[in-house]
Design a protein around this ligand. Sequence first.
Ligand code: FCB
Length: 470
Amino acid sequence: MPDATSPRSFPPTFFFGAATAAFQIEGAAHEDGRTDSIWDAFCRVPGAVVNADNGDVACDHYHRYRDDVSMMKDLGLEAYRFSTSWSRVQPDGGAFNPKGLDFYSRLVDELLDKGIAPWLTLYHWDLPQALQELGGWANRDTAFRFRDYALGVHDALGDRVTSWTTLNEPWCASFLSYIGGEHAPGIQDPATGLAAGHHLLLAHGLTVKDLAARDDSLQLGITLNLTVADAVDPTDAGDLDAARRIDGQFNRFFLDPIFRGSYPADVMQDVAHLGFEQHVQPGDLEIISSPIHSLGVNYYHGDAVSSRPTDAAMTTAAPSVRPKRSPFPAADDVYWHLRDLPTTGMGWEVQPEGLTRLLKRVHDEYTGPAGIALAVTENGAAYDDELVDGAVHDTERVSFLEAHLRAILDAIDDGVPVTGYFYWSLMDNFEWAWGYDKRFGIVRVDYETQERTPKDSAIAYTRVISGRSL
Ligand code: FCB
């Protein structure tokens, strides 16, 4: 029996990677034909983004991708999760842009040349602004446009990329963006957000169906941001119901249609007054439940929720973790409770055991019966890093990383097939409404000089990867 201090090994096929997203790192926002996405437009709305930051330059990865891939190689990364920018590939959502596609083609070649597996995400929130002006994700037609965009990217890269993720975190792209209004396009309307959620799922299904028909060797999937919703008082009916509603709207609203071909009945009842069902046309759920090969799980923390603001420790709304205005239809009376846990620079609780429970639950209830594997496609932490004599001693991030990798090993020991892990993020970058204020990278970026400095967490990660254990 190994004691608590003896090293634990990862399965031989387990891969270690890091993740980024186009808008957060590329810059070159107005180059080679790229036009505005909803995030370019949102950054111009006064007060929408901290310090009025924007993605014009970001990490200048568009020009520095070769060096960035060399850096990944030096760190020992085995896989790299990135996204393609719809506005670069199809400016204004119109004709395909050869220069935009060529950038991703060169990036993929560079990765393959260095022995790093590309893991491509087709949508990480940067819808062409021109399509937003036609209604964005609230417009059903956007789902079909997305499928056409996906097929165009596949035409260009399908000979070299096998891992395809349709969407990153559709909850954020719908609920947070069209109900909470915290993300682009900044709309605050529950009925619109629910329609956006359905159309995103439809876009996913249409794409999976058509890509699978083209090439049965592709590994197709979607990435969901899932939570572990715990009732503050598990003996209190109100708290249990708060947990049910958060679980329903975060997790089951997306998992059920994808894996069971139906929306959860309790959530449908919660949102019945918002006219959601009119958007679900005959055949949609069959398309949405088209078989996938892998589910990507993004996990940052769980949620302890109650229906009552009775305790001093409770907040009247979510801590900075969750938007001030409830993006949960029919959950206006949910109160978040901060537990006695350390928090990150985002105010997010550090709760690694939640990842073990989440993976187990998703495997038992959804992916296991479907016979598919799980990958952790994002997990990471922002801290107030300091650069001292050319080094960043980010000990908290090192502990965060190691604790979550151990949590994955616990899930694997419990029989959950977890194929790999992507730390969020490879490097500091544009953290959406927080701009450049929040640093999630294992590599520091100096935004004045674009200098990259691997932090202690990068060094620790390299050690784990080379030993395949921790
Ligand atoms: C996730 C996003 C990712 C990054 C992390 C911190 O929700 O997918 O782009 O912002 O949070």
